[in-house]
Design a protein around this ligand. Sequence first.
Ligand code: FE2
Length: 365
Amino acid sequence: MDNGITLVDISYQSPREQAFWQTVVLPRAAIEAEVERLASIARPANGRRAASVNHPMNTGPVPCFAPGIDVAIMVLKPGEETTPDLRNSSRVDICIRGTGVVKTGNKEFRVEKYDVWNTPSMQPQVVRNDGQDLMVRLSYSNAPLLERLEVHYVNENPQIAGQSDEGRELAANQRRAREASKPIPIGSDGAQMLGYEWLVDIDTIDSKALHWPWKEVEPHLGNVYSMDLGYTGRHLYVLYNPATERRIGTSPSFFATIAKLPPGKVDKPHRHTSAAINYIMWGHGKSAVNGQKIEWQEGDLHFSAPGWSIHNHASREQGFMALTIQDHPLHIANESLLWQETMKSPILKLGTDYGIQTNLATVAE
Ligand SMILES: [Fe+2]
């Protein structure tokens, strides 16, 4: 065919073997050196002194640390601020040094070391360093997936900031056009036919920037740190954003958890299709991922689990604390979140199969 389309015979073909990206650690020293380098360059016009952490197996089109997750090290010098931009990717950020003010729409909050916040898609944000030290944050986004789909919308000079509050109210009060389109049942199992209006006027949720200040999160971590070593779950809390509903996320694509493991805890080998990146906030430990052993400590960024690879993590004599970002809600929305809690357990599809039961009720007694 002269239009370039080819027909590829896939009869008799076995399923493609998945190429798991290997587990890797970006050490604290490399992050600190990059922070110093970013602080030394001329201020970019958009205010974003940033380096994206690129996994050695990444084939593009943009730098990323897991196939669907990028992590940018972002630096602001004292008094500097970023310019607002509009993107259809969404983010989760953690401040790892200094202090700043985050302004998203008309919401503003002050952040300091280990504060976490999310930034919804299409909400311009300004981050300002209001302290005397450098302000450093790790910013995780789902941009790599959108870039792969060639639909990452980025407007660095936004003139409109989406629907105004008045516009939203007006729209909410008017009769919806879809009410004039009656669903047509097909068969008796729930299948229907719906008119166009249902496609373009879907039910909305209130997606907003939320802030988990470290000083409010930290006091609760003692609860998971002091749990019995025989606990079969994970010693963590998820930073839950109600806009993600049953997908239990921090952003529509990612969950962020803060784990605090007691000394001597060894998780059972398990796997899930969601990919995981750990930032070690305190302590040290080791992992086995796809048969590869790796060690890490405070300040390191660990690509800790390629989706569907068998892995487990273990603390040592001190325990450890880590922020984990995983593209778990994205998979739930896609009905692709497979989970195997131990290598002897069944492979479950979370969200439609009945979920995993830990021994929490027993150990909490
Ligand atoms: Fe895991």
